[in-house]
Design a protein around this ligand. Sequence first.
Ligand code: UN1
Length: 506
Amino acid sequence: VRASLAKAFRDFETAEPITAAPLVNGKLLDGAAHHIMSPVDSGEYVGTAVDASVDDVNAAFEIAIAAQPAWDARGGKARGAILRAMGDALEADMERLIVLMAREAGKTLNDGIAEVREAVDFCRYYAAQAEREFDSDVRLPGPAGETNHLGLKGRGVFVCISPWNFPLAIFTGQVAAALAAGNAVIAKPAEQTPLVAFEAVRLFQKAGLPASVLHFLPGTGEIIGAALTNDPRTQGVAFTGSTEVARAINRSLAARETAIAPLIAETGGLNGMFVDTTALREQVVDDAIMSAFGSAGQRCSALRIIFVPEDTADELIESLAGAMDELQLGDPMDPATDVGPVIDNEQRELLLRHMERMEAAAKVIKKIDDVELSERGFFFGPALVELPSLDMLDREVFGPILHVVRYKRRDVGAIARELAAKGYGLTLGIHSRLASFHRQIQSIVPAGNVYVNRNMVGAVVGVQPFGGEGLSGTGPKAGGPHYLHRFAGERTVTINIAAQGGDPEL
Ligand code: UN1
C-alpha cells in the first residue's frame, strides 16, 4: 500500500477539491458553505462542506420513509450483496481515502490503513449476518392448528451520527448495520470530517445502493443532529461520540410523543491498565505507549491511567518516559510519524488546560516538545503525568496524555473500586502473569473490552466485538453478533391453518 500512497497523494493535490454537500435522494443540495481546514497545517484548505438545513431534514425523512419498505422487502441476501460491493469499492479506493483522512483528520498512514480495513470488515461482517439471519423464517412450536413464525425486519428510518476520530470506519459501520437490518438511513457526519464521510456515501451509491435509502446531512449537532433526533419519524439512533451528547439524544428521543426508539450509543472511557509485579516490563511499556499515544490518544478505547505497583513503579515510569522519546510527532503523511496532530484548536485547548491543572496539582514526568510543530498545526506532544490520587481525574481527557497512579499491593482492590466508581466501562488492561490478579481486577472494574497482557486498542471486527457499559455506552457491541439485532424489529406471525383450508404453507 505504502508505495502507491505517494502517487495517491500527488493525485489528491491535483484533483478537484471535494465538496461535501447534503445529499438527499442522490441530489446535491445547496446551503451555507464553509471550508474544511487541515489540522496538520492550520489554514490549509482541504475541501468544502455545505451545511444541511432543517428543510433538508424534512425532505430526507419523506423520501426515506417512502423507500424503506421496499428496501426491507428485498431481503437480507440482496442487501448483503450491496454491502459486499461496498466493501470492494472501499478497497479499490483505499489509497485515496487514506490520503484524505491524513489531510482532513490528521490520521497517520498506519491508522488510515487500519481504518479502511475496519470499514471494509464492517461491511462484510454485517453483510454475512444479513444474509444468514434476515431471510430466515424461524418456526416456533405452538398449539395444533396454528403455525408460528419469528422474523427480523427493519424498524424504519434510522439516524446515524458519527465521530471525527473514526470518520470512515464508524460512519460506514453504523450505516452498513442500519441498512443491513432493513432500515433507510439518514447520516450526519462529524462537523470536522464531512469530506471522507461524503466519499463513503458516494461509494455506497457506486456499490448499487438505491439513493432513496441513504441520505447525507452534514451540519452541526445543535441544528441538524437535534432536528434528526427530535423528529417524531426517527425509529432509532446510532451514535458514537461524547457521553454528554448521548445523554442529550436519549432525552430528545424520550421527549417525543411517538415511537419509543432505541439508542445505540458508544461514548467515552476512563480506561485503566493494571500492572502487577509479575508483569513483563518491556511488554507493559510497548502496550501502554501504543494504547495511550497511538492515534494521538484520540480513541475512546485509549489508555488513560496506568496503575503501577509501588515496588516496581520507579523503573516502570522511567521506562515509559524513555520510550516516549522514541515517539515521532509530526506530519501524518510521513511514514515515520507515530503521532499526528489532534483534530482542532478546541481539542488542543482542552488538553492545554488539563496540563495546566496537572502542573499545579500533579507531577508532570514527561512532555514531548511541540513548540515548533504547534506553529504549523494542532500538534500536542504526548505527556506522562503522575497523579497523587485518583480524585483528580473524573472525566475522559481525549488526547495523548497518560496518567500514572501508584498503588500498594494490599490496596489494589480499593484503587480498582475507586476507578469503577467513576462510572465508565469501556476498555480495561491487565498486565500480570497471575490468573488470580486477572480475576480480581475483572471482578471490580466494569469494562466492555478487557485486554490481558497486550495493548488495549484496535478491536478487530467479528473477533473482538467492541463497546462499553455505564457512561461508556448502551451496547450492543459493534462488530459483534448482537449489534444488528438492535437495529432490527422482530415480528411474530401466528397463522390459523384451518382458516386457510388446512394448508400450512399458504
Ligand atoms: C472510538 O474511539 O470512538 O478498539 C471507538 C478500538 C476502536 C475504538 C473505536 N474500535 O480502538
